[in-house]
Each structure stands twice: as structure tokens, then as C-alpha cells.
Design a protein around this ligand. Structure first.
Ligand code: GLU
Length: 511
């Protein structure tokens, strides 16, 4: 069996898109489950699109999510360097090899010449003009020029590119692990540039050469690269590396939550959810975008969610830790069809993981929020607060946002609940309850309830009838977590104060 070596090969052209994170994750899962190696390669041959900070961002995002890199520019490894711009000198020999065995040629066409060729073809009715087996014979390249002319042009340092000589009539086939056999007729592949005039390889050449040199066994990448795959197959063949060719797996597209079309940053912005793992400030536009981390997503929840965007275990189980994913993942169970980026599902996963955390840990989130608000709170109280609030929280910040009433007395009361539930009986009970509470020597949820029952029994009013009025006076709202626990947390004196204030305010309104 071939040793599993996979790579995540982003281009540092901006923040890492969440789709890229899924690609990295699937590569990582395959590497880990087969005792293989996960490589991070930076594909920066297009220097014009290089964005400062992007590489650092990729490293930090993967680290946050627990996608560990075994070889790469940040950790080194036997195939260093792992940045294509630093490998520049390695590519020319392979382009030369292709030139020597007639699979590539020099092309000297200027931008204007290319332009007029495209115009000519368009006028003749060709929808997407290509530099290919037919048109290349009308252009200025080493196939149409005499050998001496080519030599002279090269000697005079005339700018040139090296193009792949794609055969005219041939079925190019590849067996994709997800899609099965993919067949493309060579007439549909154009003579792609392999080396640019600045001496840099293009993505296609660099990608294939590096995958070969780095002994990559599987190429797992987004569906947008499927059209390039036949070209890569030709390159492997022409370079004599067919046996070493990796297996391909092209991942399904990520679709908008509505399912119509590819998910874009614009959709995410419009629908109000993140699309990048971490906060990102675009160095060119200064636009700041919030990341999943900063929006309150837990890394383990995001991983679980992403794993399911295209893959499923074939059972109804949904909660998978990274270790479980490593055990259960298989490329064969990745679907072909695009998958909806259902952000509500991401939130659901977050909720599940948040709830499963020990209260001690959740308390730390709450204490963080509280210290931002300059509210003092003991760890003990924070633990009690999170124990009643966690079922209602999707994000860590909700523990504070939804639990503010535990720290601040309500200033106003829900009008609808007040109009339905505040009445003379409620006022009578609360008045008596308040007086009873003041007599208590100790106070907790059980005594709060016991005392209430004693009061209602004495007045002959059903407890159930006034519970919402009590809740309203304590929290200002008609719904919320266990009311007796709420009272225990805020303490007897605060309960009395709040009831007092409610009696004044609401009685005044009613009368
Ligand atoms: N550099 C390409 C990208 O940015 C990688 C494609 C591949 O994995 O072959 O997506």
C-alpha cells in the first residue's frame, strides 16, 4: 500500500474561506486515519495576488481548529521549501523536459497578438476562443517559427511563455474517488501556459511537479479544480510520472443555505453569518470581517459541522469529536452533490458542544463577559448561573446576554405578560410572600418554593396561577429558566427588592 501523503495547498490571496477549511479537514482526517502525513504547501506563484498576512492567517486558523500540519513552511520537513515562490528554480527543468520531448513549446505572442486572435475567432462565431491544437498553428511559437528564429528570439531575451502541447484528439480519463470515471476530450483542453514570462511556473505545472516531488498520494480539493484535473493527468503522463500520479478526490461545492448557487462571501454577509474562521481585516480595503471564532463558534463544533458538509457516517449519529471523525471518515462516503451551508445546523452543533461543557469551564466564559461589564461575581455564583442558562445558550456570550436579569433588576416588565398575569390575586400573594421571605433565616430554591406554597395555600390561591406574575417581577419577562433557582442565585434580599419594585410599578399601572 502506498504511504498516505496529502496536502492542503492554499494560495495566500486573502482570508481562508470556510470551504478551504473543509478541504484541509478532509485531508487531515485521511492523513490521520492512515498514519499518513499532512502537508501544508503555499501556492504563491501568482505574486500579483499575494496578500500580506494571509499565510499567517492560514496557520492560525488551522491551529485554532486542531488541524495539525506535519510538514509545511511553518514546521519544515524533508521536502522544504514548502512555499512555491521559494521553489522557483525547481520547475524549469521539468518545463525543459517537456520541451525536449515535444510536449511543450515556446510561445512569443504578445498580449495584442493574443487579443486579436481571440477577436478573430469571436467574429468567426467561436464562443470561447482557445489557444489550442488548431489556433496554435497561426501564432508565433516554436511550432510555427523556424528553429533559428526561435533561437534568435531566445538569445535576444524576447519575453516568452512555455505552453503545453495538448494532443488534438484524445480522451483524457481519470478515476476520481468521488465522481468515478471522468472523461474529457482533449479538444476541450487548451494549451495552458506552464511557465510565465517572469520565469514563474503557473499553478498547473507547479502543482503537478510539487505533488510528484512531495510524493503526494491523494489530492483532495474543491470541485472547482475538476476541470483542471485532465490537464494534470496529461502532465503526469508527459513527465513520465503516471505510476506516481496521486488519486484525485474533488469535493462537492458548498451551496448557499437556500441551495441555489455557490456560497459566496456576499451571501454570508447578507445573511449575517461568518465565512472565515477568524476575524480578518483586508489589508487592501481595510474591511473588517468577523470570524467564526469571534462570533462564538467553538472549534470542535465547527469541525463537526464542516465534516458533515459532504460526508456522512451512513448512520443517524451526528456528534463526532475529531478523534471519532478520524476513525469513521472515509472518502468513499463523500457525496457528489453540492451541500447546503446550513448555518442553523452550525448553530445547533455549537449548542450541543456548549451544553456538554462542564459548568466550571462555562463559568469562565461568563466571568469574561462579566469582567468586560465590570461586574464582580464569584466563581461559585457563575457556576450556578451557567447551570441554569446553558440550555438556552447557543454561543458563550449568550450566557451573559440572556442572563443579564441575574445581575440587573428589571426596569420594565413585559407588557403582554403583565396585562394577562398581573391581577389582584398576584399582588396579594406577592405582598404576603415578600413579608414571609423577610422572616427566613436561610434561603434557597427549595425554601423559596416552600414559602410560596405556604403563602398561596393560606390565601386559597393556586400557586400555578401566580407563578408567571412572580417571574415577571423577578426577571421582567414571562419565560426563562427555573424561577426558584433564579431566586436562589440572586438571593433573598434582592428577591424582596424586586418584588417590592414590581408591586409599586405594576399595581400603579393596574389601578
Ligand atoms: N492553490 C489551489 C487553491 O488555492 C490549490 C488547488 C489544489 O489543491 O490543487 O485552491
Amino acid at each position: 500500500m502506498r504511504e498516505v501523503r496529502v496536502r492542503f495547498a492554499p494560495s495566500p490571496t486573502g482570508a481562508l474561506h470556510i470551504g478551504g477549511v473543509r478541504t484541509a479537514l478532509y485531508n487531515f482526517l485521511l492523513a490521520r486515519q492512515s498514519n499518513g502525513t499532512m502537508i501544508l504547501r503555499i501556492e504563491d506563484t501568482d505574486q500579483a495576488r499575494y496578500v500580506p498576512g494571509a499565510e499567517e492567517y492560514i496557520i492560525q486558523s488551522l491551529a485554532w481548529l486542531g488541524i495539525k500540519i506535519d510538514e509545511g513552511f511553518s514546521v519544515g520537513g524533508p521536502h522544504a521549501p514548502y512555499r512555491q515562490s521559494e521553489r522557483k528554480s525547481m520547475y524549469m527543468q521539468y518545463a525543459q523536459q517537456l520541451l525536449d520531448n515535444g510536449h511543450a513549446y515556446y510561445a512569443f505572442d504578445t498580449e495584442q497578438e493574443l487579443e486579436s486572435m481571440r477577436d478573430r475567432l469571436k467574429t468567426a462565431g467561436v464562443v470561447s476562443p482557445q489557444y489550442n491544437s488548431i489556433t496554435r498553428m497561426q501564432m508565433r511559437n516554436s511550432l510555427t517559427l523556424l528553429e533559428d528564429e526561435v533561437k534568435a528570439l531566445l538569445a535576444a531575451n524576447t519575453p516568452y511563455v512555455i505552453r503545453l502541447k495538448v494532443p488534438r484528439k484524445e480522451e483524457v480519463r481519470l478515476n476520481d474517488m468521488i465522481r468515478g470515471w471522468v472523461m474529457v476530450h482533449s479538444a476541450q483542453i487548451d494549451d495552458k501556459v506552464l511557465m510565465k514570462s517572469d520565469g514563474m511556473p503557473t499553478y498547473h505545472l507547479a502543482n503537478v511537479v510539487d505533488d510528484y516531488l512531495m510524493k503526494i498520494s491523494h489530492v483532495i480539493r474543491g470541485e472547482e479544480w475538476l476541470p483542471s484535473a485532465p490537464l494534470h493527468v496529461l502532465l503526469y503522463r508527459f513527465l513520465g510520472w503516471e505510476k506516481e500520479m496521486p488519486q484525485f478526490a474533488h469535493l462537492p461545492l458548498l451551496l448557499k443555505p437556500t441551495g441555489d448557487g455557490k456560497l459566496s462571501k456576499r451571501d454570508a454577509d447578507q445573511m449575517g453569518f461568518p465565512i472565515f474562521p477568524l476575524d480578518w481585516t483586508d489589508p487592501n480595503t481595510n474591511e473588517k470581517v468577523i470570524g467564526f471564532r469571534e462570533a462564538g463558534y467553538l472549534p470542535e463544533a465547527l469541525i463537526n459541522f464542516l465534516a458533515f458538509l459532504g460526508w456522512n457516517p451512513g448512520t443517524t449519529e451526528e456528534i463526532f469529536s475529531m478523534d471519532e471523525l478520524i476513525k469513521r471518515f472515509s472518502v468513499e462516503r463523500i457525496g457528489k452533490a453540492g451541500t447546503k451551508f446550513d448555518i442553523l445546523k452550525a448553530q445547533w452543533f455549537n449548542q450541543q458542544y456548549l451544553r456538554a461543557k462542564p459548568n466550571e469551564q462555562l463559568a469562565e466564559y461568563l466571568l469574561d463577559s462579566l469582567s468586560n461589564e465590570n461586574i464582580a461575581c464569584s466563581k461559585e455564583k457563575a457556576i450556578k448561573v451557567v447551570s441554569i442558562m446553558k440550555e438556552r445558550a447557543t454561543f458563550p456570550k449568550d450566557l451573559w446576554e440572556h442572563g443579564k436579569f441575574l445581575f440587573y433588576a428589571p426596569k420594565s416588565f413585559d407588557e403582554t405578560v403583565a396585562s394577562k398575569k398581573w391581577n389582584d390575586d398576584a399582588a396579594k400573594v406577592l405582598e404576603a410572600y415578600k413579608t414571609e421571605l423577610k422572616q427566613l433565616s436561610s434561603f434557597d430554591a427549595a425554601t423559596a418554593m416552600g414559602t410560596l406554597e405556604k403563602v398561596t395555600a393560606g390565601l386559597g390561591i393556586a400557586t400555578g396561577k401566580i407563578l408567571q406574575a412572580l417571574r415577571l417581577s423577578i426577571t421582567g419577562a414571562g419565560t426563562g429558566p427555573d424561577l426558584m433557582m433564579v431566586m436562589e442565585i440572586i438571593g433573598r434580599d434582592e428577591v424582596v427588592k424586586r418584588i417590592d419594585y414590581a408591586l409599586q410599578t405594576l399595581n400603579a399601572k393596574v389601578s
